[in-house]
Write a protein that binds this ligand. Structure first.
Ligand code: ZN
Length: 102
């Protein structure tokens, strides 16, 4: 008797970085969400309601995302420069932490 394997993966959308287009584990990606109110913001919880897009915690990916306007396209709305700046800061902080004492 063959058991039918149910593929739950079909429902899951892969989380791909809008900068480099690669799939990454959720932790390594920053989520940006377009809220139901139409605001675009960084989502530190990864659970906020709305349409989400992901970018690696990597300055290069952020740069690419901005260059290609990839976040705007993924979210289908304009992404303010401020948000890119905020993400850049976040990434810088993360990278700083890694090269510190450990
Ligand atoms: Zn990336």
């Amino acid at each position: 008797m063959a058991q039918i394997k149910q593929k739950a993966e079909k429902k899951k959308r892969p989380r791909t970085c809008v900068g480099c287009g690669e799939e990454s584990p959720k932790k390594a990606l920053l989520r940006v969400v377009r809220t139901p109110e139409g605001e675009v913001e960084y989502d530190p919880t990864g659970k906020a309601n709305g349409r989400g897009a992901y970018v690696c915690a990597d300055p290069e990916c952020l740069k690419q995302a901005k260059k290609k306007n990839a976040l705007s396209r993924a979210l289908k709305t304009a992404v303010p420069d401020k948000l890119y700046e905020a993400l850049a800061l976040l990434i810088a902080e993360k990278t700083d932490g890694q090269t510190g004492t450990d």
